[in-house]
Design a protein around this ligand. Sequence first.
Ligand code: ADP
Length: 603
Amino acid sequence: MYEDKLDKTLELTTSILSMRDLNTLLKKIATATIDDFGFEQCDLFLLNDERDAFDLKVTKGYSDALTGKVEGLAKSMSTFKNDLAEAERLGRFTYLYKADPSTNDRNYYGLLHPERAKMPRQGPDDWHELDVLYVTFEDSEGNIIGFMEPDAPKSAKLPNKNLVTNLEIFASLASIAVANAEMLDALETTVKHYKAMLDSTASLQEPGDLKSTLKTIGENLNVFVPCDELSIYIVDWAKNLLIPVYATGPYADDVMADVGGLTGLAGAVAKSGKVEIVQDSIVDDRVEDIPGIEDLEVPQTMMAIPLKGKVGVEGVLELYRDKSRQFTVMEVTLAEPFAAHAAIAIENAKMREELRNNFESVQRAYDEMLDLDKMKDNLVDTISHEMRTPLTTVLGYLEMASVGMYGDVPPKMKAKFDTMLESVKRINQLVSAMLELSRLEKKTLKLDFEPVNMAMVTREVLKELDHDIAAKKHRVTVLFGNDLPVVEADRLRIHDVIENLISNAVKYTDPGGQITIGADILGGKMHLWVKDNGIGIPPEEQDKIFDRFFLAEAGLTREDGRLGVGLHISREIVKRHGGDMWFESAKGVGSTFHMAIPISKSV
Ligand code: ADP
């Protein structure tokens, strides 16, 4: 017993001064009061700034039944101050009474003030606020941060003055430890809050679905603002609906199943865009139809916050908890950043949905386009095939007729026959080009490899184009070495490619031009080039020259019988040989087209 030994009191104090954990410390103080100062019971209260009241933190020495009853008990600042003033005025614990075992669950001697002793005790639940010894805890500025109520001296005697003094010394030193531990506790809470805020913010960047993002936000909000139930609704302004997207608590399933109109507290908040706090869900008119809430025995306090997006209210966040723990304005301030997060999450989800829809419609349009393209290709393919045979027939008869096989042809008619022949040949060329294109695209084109002498093929082509070259008075120079190797290639197709390059040079060069054709080995490949000093290709058209059906703006038009597929087909054929085609060109100066194919057949 420390009753009158100061050094023992100081020793005890030293042992608690370094304690860091608030709860352990408070328990230790209460235990010491019981064990070392000789009381049977002790309650310990700490100030809750926000509520301006003292919360019961530790209760020791009471029966289990009584301990359960006092849980969550708080003493408001004003009650406490009244009690304290009364105690000072009347003089303290001047009376000891013996608890009546018939109304109390055990025997003990309680401290009681004579004034109170005169009043009849109504039973064990009749709290006699004056019948205790208050020992206060104070901070360095003398503000009361808590107090304890030791009661029922084990000695069955009134505490003597020394004991009270020692107890007060103990309490005043313990205050330092309590203040420190509280500070640490507050710091820990701040860190916890900071982490919860970070988690909530981070959840916005997670690609997960809306529900899991809102779950993370809700759980972190709960660290700041504890609640029993939390629901988040999306507002559908077009249909005037509140659609639940996330709910926790015992009635979560009911909440989630209940899509309702813009009514009740959430509806009002959605419309007004203002936060609302309800103190008692049972009596408040604003509250209606909250699934499950009418089943709750204890009325709820509620907080409803609008979730504001860039364009307006996107949803509502609702929190409920037991009415005894009213929501405070401070808690609204704490909850608001989380509401902002939820609003962003909803906006993001909507945006994602929109993007997905857009993507799907673009995809659909693209698929339709592909289908149409395929239909068109098939049509072109069929028509080309079907035209080929009759065209060949027409061409054959025309040729025979024009050379007089069906009778004499007068000169005038001969001229007409020649024009007709030219036209039919042209159509034939176009049909062949279309067929070639179609085969290339369907990948059904088969190359027929054989040894090819490029110089010979070039000579053949020049011979075929002789008439056109002469008509435009071009000069043609061929720069082929004698030692060029024979290449493995599809002779007819390489012929067409070279013809395409040279005839383009002829076509796109003004009369009297210079065309130079050369060949050499480049990077192990057979390299052939055709250079002209013609009209050239303007820079803006250069990257389209190999496109299907591309016709440059300048110069000739489609009426000249151009199809704009020659270069496209040529390059495809060269590529099928494992080679490539490219060009340099300057407008008004001229162009050089190159092709290079492997010397031996590439696999
Ligand atoms: P076509 O000659 O039937 O129009 P091509 O595919 O062979 O089709 O050529 C595509 C386009 O490239 C031509 O319309 C022309 O504008 C341009 N072009 C091709 N060769 C030359 C060249 N040697 N000089 C200038 N322009 C050319």
